[in-house]
Write a new protein. Structure first.
Lengths: 168, 168
């Protein structure tokens, strides 16, 4: 009944970051699912993550606040869709927590526009790490690309791997 | 990890139909999850359901086509979010199958606007049946109410119970 579906990626609509990292996937999973860890790596420096609250189950809240170098704060509230330990984490900002429909595509493209998927596969002693952002149309993908998806998500992953290696 | 969250109903935003029906919940579950059965009860007569295809798992497709008495067809495509056999079925038309964000709130309010939850509880030999529609705002709730949520969903439930009692 609840077997996982294949995620259908469409290169015209979606963005994908695929990397091999030399830390075990259990630690990558912990980095994605522990608020105190998320705060350490989730935002590309000099931005910071000042708040993180999560309710790690389908329908649960994924809430972060990011602060820009000049002190502006950005609230991000999403809803988890799948929580498959050490394998796959899916959430969307199109739904609010509890599966309530969100406010629809915003003018500034900042949130309410994507479903994010993190897939982890063991690879030797390390991890094949795949991050996917699904969008509704080419325009949303383009905006996300222009916001710096590849560099942003890549930098955050570097920060995460460094955190894991520090052992904190 | 994957325990069910409580659904937070807000009377200002949501619509709820609660009824006791004298058929067992396993049969109500089958009526909601079998295309050949859905076609028999899903649309208030004289409307008909001419097509039903479903992939019954989180992220899977819930697709129906309804035909009006004068032959107009309406396509409804949603995405399942939770499939808890005999207990709870949740889907939304805010996401397309595979969790892809949909097109946002449409001008006609016809789809892309709600998350639906069917909850079944055993009650003697029958079933306590709760159908909930979650909306993003009061306007969406009002539109859905004006479209005839209570009567429409109630009539469909009567049709479903009649179908189950016929044993088809």
């Amino acid at each position: 009944m609840s077997r996982l579906i294949d995620i259908a990626v469409n290169p015209k609509l979606d963005l994908v970051l695929e990397r091999y990292v030399d830390v075990p996937r259990e630690k990558v999973w912990a980095a994605w699912t522990t608020p105190e860890q998320i705060k350490q790596w989730f935002t590309p420096a000099p931005w910071t993550t000042t708040f993180c609250e999560l309710d790690l189950r389908p329908g649960g809240r994924f809430h972060t606040v990011m602060r820009s170098p000049d002190g502006q704060e950005f609230n991000n509230v999403g809803c988890y869709l799948e929580v498959a330990e050490n394998e796959r984490l899916i959430w969307t900002d199109v739904l609010k927590p509890g599966y309530r429909p969100g406010d629809g595509p915003p003018a500034d493209g900042c949130c309410g526009f994507m479903t994010a998927i993190i897939q982890l596969e063991a690879h030797g002693k390390g991890t094949k790490y795949t991050a996917i952002a699904l969008h509704r149309d080419e325009d949303s993908r383009k905006k996300h690309e222009d916001m710096g998806f590849e560099e942003g998500w890549g930098t955050c992953l570097d920060q995460m791997v460094a955190m894991i290696k520090r052992g904190s």
